[in-house]
Ligand binder design. Structure first.
Ligand code: UDX
Ligand code: UDX
Length: 434
């Protein structure tokens, strides 16, 4: 059993802390946001993540998991301090590290015993060294025995607990291998592959992994756009490609493109790092441009089908950036709504989990209670996020409610033949053969 402090109770910090507690450790999660901490102390989750509420409750009951705003009590006796604070995009795409700096300085001010400082947040290559310098400078002539270890997260929102408990790999980077090996001890119960390397390589593995996944998605979207002109079906193209073990079927779903709090931020940050150090990241720039265009293409398809978007009512199903999360950060649905509103369209939308987050930012959108309210009086229906509950909606009822039976299936979720037989005009993504 180890004593762990996790700084930041966001999508990553809260899952990380709770899972370490589940593995039998004593964990204190700290956050500087009083609303978040007060909510957690009353058992309220700040985020929607399947299975998290129950796991938090179990570990709080077992007195393994604690929440606080106070750095002193959070770090007391801790052997490990995980930094899992936000690293949002700065003005021209670089990662904003102010919160990482604040966390490192707090650790330096408070800790007077040996500690391992672990960067869980996604941070630019070289940040581990920078964090070590911050701590050393902050300590001045007060010695402190510490090491910095990079331990990037590979958690997907909506499956974060499983991704933590059954990871494909754990990556650890440090200039002091023994420190990385001590962090590896925490992951031993998972019986997974643990890769130990140096700090910068570990930091780059994170960015390269996310950028490659985003590249796959932009690739299949570009192929999908070609399929629309050449009369092929991108879903079957992806299936045929995926049978090649070297390619695999994952992350080859054409649609409205990638969003969320990671891919956009991480691809931009990697591009910024490259340009800053004199490399021209043409591929990354193309990957981002294709993704931006994928959202605009959806708007173009609706404009073409309706003749104009001005004064048209567009129903949008799904607001979160992907299913099984309430996160709407850089969601394709949200950007498409803004593009449509800019052309005079009226938007009505529904999401199974993201309505609270949507209400905070989507002031010009009519937020509905159900998919059927979204369809009522609409000139077109856009499926933006492929929530399971949208798979089996009652299309007969939709047909009665919708003003104009036009569907743009942004995630190729629905059955073209069924909808066509019901009198809908169906548009998918990359579905050149229909
Ligand atoms: C984090 C990292 O930001 C990102 O780099 C990584 O890729 C995924 O994990 P996330 O967990 O989604 O992202 O961050 P977010 O949901 O923004 O939560 C960050 C938390 O840190 C917030 O609760 C915020 O209040 C807290 N925080 C922020 C601190 O506790 N201290 C600070 O100084 C700043
Ligand atoms: C991602 C990485 O998968 C994870 O390893 C990393 O730690 C954090 O970033 P996440 O952003 O939660 O996780 O979601 P993910 O499931 O990767 O989807 C990212 C985006 O790509 C979503 O907008 C999703 O809709 C889109 N996507 C995904 C596609 O458009 N097509 C696909 O085939 C897969």
């Amino acid at each position: 059993m180890s004593k762990i402090c996790v700084i930041g109770t966001g999508y990553v910090g809260l899952v990380t802390g709770t899972c370490f507690a589940e593995l039998g450790n004593q964990v204190t999660c700290l956050d500087t946001d009083p609303v978040r901490i007060n909510g957690l102390l009353q058992g309220q989750m700040p985020i929607y993540e399947p299975g998290l509420e129950q796991l938090v409750e179990q570990n709080v009951q077992a007195k393994r998991l604690h929440f606080t705003q106070d750095y002193q009590s959070a770090l007391e006796g801790a052997e490990y301090a995980f930094i899992a604070v936000g690293t949002p995009s700065g003005v021209d795409g670089e990662a904003d590290l102010q919160y990482v700096k604040a966390a490192a300085e707090s650790i330096a001010d408070i800790v007077d015993f040996p500690i391992l400082v672990i960067n869980k947040s996604t941070v630019p290559v070289g940040t581990g060294d920078w964090v070590a310098d911050i701590i050393r400078r902050r300590r001045g002539n007060r010695p402190l025995e510490f090491a910095v270890v990079s331990n990037p997260e590979f958690l997907r929102e909506g499956s974060a607990i499983n991704d933590f408990m059954a990871p494909d790999r754990v990556v650890l980077g440090s200039e002091d291998r023994s420190s990385a090996n001590r962090v590896a001890e925490l992951y031993k119960p998972l019986r997974c592959t643990i890769m130990v390397t140096d700090l910068r390589t570990a930091e780059m593995i994170k960015y390269a992994s996310n950028a490659f996944l985003a590249t796959r998605i932009s690739f299949i979207n570009e192929i999908g756009n070609m399929c629309e002109d050449l009369g092929a079906d991108v879903r079957e193209v992806a299936q045929g490609m995926g049978l090649d073990k070297r390619i695999g079927r994952h992350f080859l779903d054409a649609g409205l493109g990638w969003g969320g709090s990671c891919f956009p931020k991480d691809v931009k940050a990697l591009e910024h790092m490259a340009v800053l150090h004199g490399t021209q990241p043409q591929l990354l720039q193309a990957v981002m441009e294709i993704n931006r265009n994928q959202r605009r293409r959806a708007v173009m398809k609706l404009r073409k089908a309706l003749g104009t978007l001005n004064e048209k009512t567009i129903g949008i199903l799904g607001i979160s950036f992907k299913p099984n999360t309430d996160d709407i950060r850089d969601s394709a649905a949200v950007e498409i709504m803004h593009l449509l509103i800019n052309e005079g369209a009226h938007i009505q939308a529904y999401d199974p989990q993201a309505m609270d987050n949507a209400a905070k930012v989507l002031k010009k959108v009519k937020l509905c209670e159900s998919p059927y309210e979204v369809a009522e009086g609409a000139d077109a229906l856009l499926l933006a996020t492929e929530w399971n509950e949208f798979k089996q909606i009652d299309f007969a009822k939709i047909k009665e409610l919708i003003r104009n039976p036009l569907i743009l299936d942004g995630r190729n979720l629905w059955d073209y033949d069924l909808l066509k037989s019901m009198g809908f005009t169906y548009m998918g993504i990359g579905r050149g053969n229909n």
